[in-house]
Design a protein around this ligand. Structure first.
Ligand code: ATP
Length: 874
């Protein structure tokens, strides 16, 4: 299709070529046919690497290379047994790495799939929301401010449509789009005003487009044969751990060098010392840590998906754990967004919506204004009714329907010809309709802005000049409705002779006639009350930000427990008067911001950030993007959010719910705790191994562990238990503590000291076990050292689960993965002691009852000491 010069054609010609009925769009059968012909609307991504390639990649690791060198050296010196064991261990390690990497990859892919974009199309006469990949040439796309355009197409309708096409043109200023066919030949993309292109963004207005090209045939498909989003997938913690890994690597190599030299000068064999140093280096460096961290993060992210939070940027997982302020929109996030009109006001008369009588001119016009100045609809698809659009507007459609008024029918007599779309800065919207001899403008919006634009008022079917007294009365009634937590919309109209030359707010939304107001309820979400309470315990301040009236906002905030006194609420116009530093000085006083525009949100975020707070901020509109980017955790709405807001956000709430943010914070805290547990475990075990070998060497003992023992212990203890600690359930009371400081070191809270104390005790019991067994023979000594070292690490993993609570309080069996991991690792450990051929290969010996008792007691000692220390500290 792309060979056509679409921008040179009239909409009718395009419809002809593509066989489109502009009223109904394509029929299902036609869509299937075209999908077969043109394929799905997707850009070909980078080819993923094969399993085999990934397996090979496992060997491109410094530690593995050292081990392979050691295997070759052993082979060259005739130590074939060592070669085989080392090779087997490397292989096992690679398989384990591969499984872990696959798991991480799968979850990242699941994440990508979750955030696939959608588009609105007209098919079979209905507006449907479909996956963007399902669009075919000939589809009619409906565009609104905030949408990403999913395919190339030609405009057939445009209302103040502005599009940003920087991905194609490099020009970041949005351009106006209309139906005019450009003059001349070879028009560059930026000047094709009558076309829109895939990956561009609608910044303003609305439009209807016939899709001309999809997938790789689009302009973006042509220039970018391969598009991969370059997201920063490493979290600050991962970066810190990379750094740490490097330092530890250097320290471990230095220690190994020292051990080698000490042993060499003590007259021990060069090969023996070389192998020991290599094994120790491998054991000492927690090379599995990065993979464990990735898995813990991605499993956490998957758990969050189940709880309705999609993480778009991995670093957010970590930031979530430190959140100290959550700024949330009111409508839909704190409330249910199920709007119902309960009151209708016409001058001097407030009535329940059931009592509205459309025989009365004022009441009929009030209902009609809400119905006509409306972009939402209730669509019927295969017998099922589905409301599409803004709940505020849907409520107005439902009110009309209850009174027997239907927009589609009314529009047959009064078709819409122009409009000034809603935006949350202006807080109103207008449509212009053709009548027999003239035109009618319907406007709805926030009551203060509407009143400012009114010249007349409708009273008992007659238009009068509006006076200050009228306005005063209306404002009083508005406040009365708002204080009952009603969302109030003002309604107005005017008749005009001709359509203004330029359609904008000034030309259309002036000299209006006030018709009335509608008041709707939007009940608070039940679960939010509990979450607000949880925030308070967790040291997180919940803040409400809304475009709605102060009185309505206060009423709902009070019900939810967000606010106690009216003093805690402030309006957008007051924020405007404050400088950034004045707001920063007072920001802690306010819990409710009413009548705000999106740009105030940025100011609020900055004010909190100046107090070193970590701010989560919700948003849904196009204009919310800057605030979402500026916030530490931008949260976009999955249901009502625009594509732009989702793109700017770190996290998308699939249920638009405040409580989801709070449970994501809990998950974030738990993930960080778990990563710390894995680090605590791995490093204390490594320190234990180094100390055992180093001390034995210095005091002139034979080496308590052979290189293959060290490698074996390392393989079985570092993998499964460390991973199981990473999926530990959240510690009880995790939301009762204050947020962690965002710059807090991983080793804060006594972790560093604990690693050394635990490592020291593990090292000590290993040497003692060796010493006791050595009395029989060296094999018995090494067997006892090996079992004690491994079992004390298993026991260590149980006590590490909480820094201050006893392991019995946390529940010894409450992490079934850990119990499973210990059982599996213990089986692997004992198999080399109990199965004779393996025992011979590993140069071990069987133990008698007394030695088993020694081993048992010594192995449990580090855990016991750790538990006693917790008790003393408490
Ligand atoms: P929140 O910020 O909590 O989501 P909100 O929905 O009131 O609250 P906006 O969407 O920015 O915030 O709306 C601001 C104001 O604009 C509303 O209080 C209302 O008076 C008016 N308004 C909202 N939706 C429409 C609409 N579809 N048409 C006309 N006016 C509207």
């Amino acid at each position: 299709m792309s060979s056509e010069l679409w921008y040179k054609k009239k909409p009718e010609e395009v419809m002809d070529i593509l066989k489109v009925d502009p009223k109904n769009g394509l029929a299902d059968g036609e869509v299937t046919k075209r999908r077969d012909e043109y394929g799905s609307n997707e850009l070909e991504g980078k080819k993923s690497i094969t399993l085999f390639q990934r397996f090979i990649n496992q060997f491109k690791n410094f530690m593995v290379i050292i081990l392979l060198v050691a295997a070759i050296v052993s082979g060259a010196l005739g130590e074939y047994k060592d070669t085989i064991i080392i090779a087997a261990i490397v292989l096992l390690n690679a398989i384990l790495g591969l499984v872990q990497e696959n798991k991480a990859e799968e979850s990242l892919k699941a994440l990508k799939d979750m955030s696939k974009p959608t588009a609105k199309v007209l098919r079979n006469g209905n507006i449907l929301e479909i996956n963007s990949g399902e669009i075919v040439p000939g589809d009619i796309l409906i565009l609104e401010a905030g949408d990403y355009i999913a395919a190339d197409g030609i405009l057939i309708e445009s209302a103040s449509l502005k599009v940003e096409e920087s991905a194609l043109t490099g020009e970041s200023v949005p351009v106006d789009k209309d139906l005019e066919i450009p003059e001349g030949k070879d028009i560059p993309i930026g000047d094709r005003k009558n076309m829109v292109y895939s990956t561009s963004l609608v910044t303003n207005g609305r439009g209807k487009v016939i899709v001309t090209d999809t997938g790789m045939n689009t302009e973006i498909g042509k220039i970018a044969k391969m598009i991969e989003s370059q997201e920063d997938l490493e979290t600050p913690l991962q970066k810190k751990l990379d750094q740490l890994g490097k330092y530890l690597g250097i320290i471990a190599l230095a220690v190994c060098g020292v051990i080698f030299l000490v042993g060499y000068f003590q007259g021990r064999g060069v090969f023996e010392m070389f192998m020991l140093a290599v094994s120790l280096a491998v054991a000492a460096i927690p090379e599995g840590l990065p993979a464990i961290v990735t898995i813990v993060l991605s499993l956490g992210v998957q758990r969050m998906i189940k709880k309705n939070a999609i993480i778009r940027k991995l670093p957010a997982v970590e930031t979530l754990g430190t959140a100290s302020v959550i700024c949330s929109d009111k409508t839909g996030t704190l409330t249910q967004n199920k709007m119902t009109v309960t009151k209708v006001y016409t001058y001097n008369k407030l009535i329940d919506s059931e009592d509205v009588n459309i025989e009365n001119t004022d009441e009929e016009l009030a209902v009609m204004t809400g119905l006509m100045c409306n972009d939402s609809s209730i669509e019927e698809n295969k017998g099922e009714k589905k409301a599409i659009g803004d709940p505020t507007e849907i409520a107005l459609i439902v009110l009309g329907r209850d009174k027997g008024l239907y927009r589609k029918k009314l529009e047959e007599e009064m078709p819409r010809v122009e409009e000034v779309p809603f935006d949350s800065d202006r807080k109103m919207m207008s449509t212009i309709h053709k009548k027999e001899n003239n035109y009618r403008v319907f406007t709805k919006g926030a009551i203060d802005v509407i009143l400012d634009r009114c010249k007349g008022i409708l009273i008992d079917g007659e238009v009068k000049d509006i006076t200050e007294e009228h306005k005063q009365k209306i404002i009083e009634e508005n406040e009365n409705m708002a204080s009952n937590a009603l969302r109030v919309l003002g309604l107005a109209y005017k008749d005009i002779e001709k359509i203004p030359d330029r359609i904008n707010s000034e030309s259309v939304e002036s000299d209006l006639v006030f018709v009335g107001m509608s008041g709707m309820i939007d009940p608070p979400r039940e679960e939010v009350k509990v979450s607000v309470e949880e925030c308070r315990r967790a040291g997180i301040k919940p803040v409400m930000i809304t475009g709605d009236y102060k009185i309505t906002a206060i009423a709902i905030a009070r019900e939810l427990g967000i606010l106690e006194s009216d003093e805690e609420a402030i309006e957008g116009k007051e924020i405007e008067k404050l400088s950034d530093s004045e707001l920063a000085a007072n920001v802690e006083k306010y819990s409710v911001y009413a009548r705000v525009s999106p740009e105030h949100k940025v100011k609020i975020v900055k004010a909190w950030q100046s107090h070193e707070k970590v701010v989560a901020m919700t948003g849904d509109g196009v204009n919310d993007a800057p605030a979402l980017k500026r916030a530490n955790i931008g949260c976009a709405m999955g249901i009502t959010g625009t594509d732009v807001s989702k793109e700017a956000a770190d996290m998308v709430l699939t249920d638009d719910n405040f409580s989801t943010i709070v449970s994501a914070v809990e998950e974030g805290r738990s993930i960080f705790d778990n990563i710390k547990k894995s680090i605590h475990y791995l490093l204390s075990c490594n320190v234990g191994e180094i100390i055992a070998l180093f001390v034995a060497l210095v005091i002139g003992m034979p080496t308590p562990l052979l290189p293959i023992h060290i490698l074996w212990v390392n393989l079985i203890t570092d993998s499964f238990p460390a991973l199981a600690l990473g999926v530990d359930p959240p510690e009880p009371g995790i939301m009762d503590r204050k947020p962690r400081a965002s710059d807090e070191s991983i080793f804060a809270g006594g972790l560093g000291i604990s690693i050394f104390v635990k490592g020291f005790v593990i090292g000590a019991v290993t040497i003692i076990a060796f010493y006791l067994g050595k009395e029989v023979n060296i094999e018995t000594g090494r067997t006892m050292a090996l079992v004690t070292l491994a079992v004390s690490q298993f026991a260590n993993s149980l006590t590490i689960r909480s820094m201050d609570k006893s392991m019995f309080k946390v529940g010894v069996f409450s992490n079934k993965y850990l119990i499973g991991a210990i059982a599996l690792s213990a089986t692997l450990l004992l198999s080399v002691v109990f199965i004779p051929p393996l025992r011979n290969i590993f140069e071990l010996s069987s133990l008698d009852g007394v030695h088993w008792i020694y081993v048992g007691l010594l192995s449990l000692l580090p855990m016991t000491i750790s538990e006693v220390l917790k008790k003393i500290r408490n």
